[in-house]
Ligand binder design. Structure first.
Ligand code: MN
Ligand code: MN
Length: 400
């Protein structure tokens, strides 16, 4: 690189290549629009004079039941506003397995509420992982990766599943028994190098919940041996200290910065003491899905053009806030509440109303509201995030 002519040539070539790449990228963006803003399409449901309901009483439904196992779902069919995220409440009895399957159009994120669960998952590079989960643990399976879930031990398991696509139905999954049951035996024999008789007596229809012996306490080795993936599918969310702690509430949060495989989902457990409020805020880049694990909350939603709606969510209810819509969550029950919150992004972002106001000078606020500037000197100088029943307190654990 000591030859100046050669260096000039290389610099010019690099600049030319960069310019070409940039103009191609610009042309492409003009063609398809900004790919980070996928909802730039009018949604008739959100274009009405009134906001539609954003609540669904998930646990009051029956769902799919096999023996002591069940799956209850909330998709756009049950909750039409929830176009970006679907959810399932699943219970497995001891010895039961949600059979080997994949989801063609959604990734799966889960939070274990009760009991213990074992999963296996395969990825496109042939890595497979077996993990055991306790209450408070989370799993994430990328879109299309094959997996199974089984109840561990002698107590039933209960977990909440979130899918990054509101149109996805848990009852439209691709199950291994369904596939093999509908493939002719000669083709199966050729595929596996086995006699056709090897497939005698296989289920003809989808099994969905398989039932058998309680799994061994220690995971057994896969047929191919142990070939673990570089990124684990398990994150022990509640085993960590809370992400943010306030007088009035605590938040545990896991996004792709802490759980790298979870590229399309962020999960939160929010505990609020009686009367506490997760303040008015919005999420610039994600839809938000709620499941009330315990307690009773009041959720408000602001949808522009004077549209404002309030719903009361009880234990087992689901809520949904579209991307960019203003909202708040308040504990209105007599005891503390716990809300599971899912976002369809691996990179969490929020703008809190108090922070927005704190980010503006008093004269701007005075003009905006036609009020004296000194009123705004009394407003918080930072984001409130969680206010206790008497108002904002400083965070006790202010890490971001
Ligand atoms: Mn699944
Ligand atoms: Mn929110």
């Amino acid at each position: 690189m000591s030859d100046p002519k050669r260096r000039d040539f290389l610099t010019a070539a690099a600049a030319f290549a960069a310019a070409t790449t940039a103009s191609l990228a610009e042309a492409r963006e003009a063609e398809v629009g900004d790919p980070t803003f996928m909802n730039n399409v009018p949604d008739p449901l959100l274009g009405e004079k009134e906001l539609p309901t954003f609540k669904f009483a998930l646990e009051k439904t029956v769902g799919k039941v096999v023996g002591g196992s069940s799956g209850k779902e909330a998709t756009v069919l049950q909750l039409p506003i929830s176009k970006g995220i679907a959810g399932v409440s699943m219970r497995l009895e001891p010895g039961a397995m949600r059979e080997l399957h994949w989801h063609a159009t959604a990734a799966e994120w889960a939070f274990v509420i009760e009991g213990r669960v074992r999963t296996t998952v395969i990825d496109p590079r042939g890595y497979s992982e077996t993990n055991d989960f306790d209450p408070g643990d989370v799993w994430y399976f990328p879109r299309g990766h094959g997996h199974m879930l089984e109840c561990l031990g002698s107590a039933p398991a209960h977990f909440i599943l979130i899918f990054d696509n509101g149109y996805f139905s848990e009852f439209g999954t691709f199950s291994i028994s369904d596939w093999i049951g509908h493939t002719p035996k000669p083709l199966l024999a050729k595929n596996f190098g086995l006699p056709e008789s090897a497939f005698d007596g296989f289920p003809k229809e989808e099994v969905y919940f398989a039932r058998g012996a309680t799994p061994p306490e220690k995971p057994t080795m896969p047929l191919q041996g142990w070939r673990s993936p570089p990124n684990t599918h398990r994150y022990q969310l509640l085993a960590q200290p809370p992400h943010r702690v306030f007088k009035g509430g605590r938040e545990w949060r896991v996004d792709s910065s802490r759980f790298p495989i979870s590229k399309t989902t962020t999960g939160v457990i929010l505990d609020l003491d009686p009367g506490a409020l997760r303040e008015l805020h919005w999420h610039p880049t994600a839809d938000e899905w709620h499941y009330v694990v315990e307690g009773q909350i009041s959720v408000t939603m602001f949808g522009s053009h004077g549209r404002y709606r309030v719903e009361t969510l009880d234990q087992g209810d689901v809520g949904y806030i579209p991307q960019g819509y203003g909202h708040s969550i308040e504990n209105i029950g007599p005891a503390s509440c716990r809300v599971l919150i899912g976002f369809n992004t691996g990179v969490y972002e929020t703008i809190d109303l108090s922070q927005w106001i704190a980010g503006n000078p008093a004269d701007v606020l005075a003009t905006n509201f036609s009020k004296p500037a000194d009123l705004f000197e009394k407003f918080p100088r930072h984001d409130v995030f969680i206010a206790d029943k008497d108002g904002p307190k400083k965070p006790q654990h202010p890490q971001e």
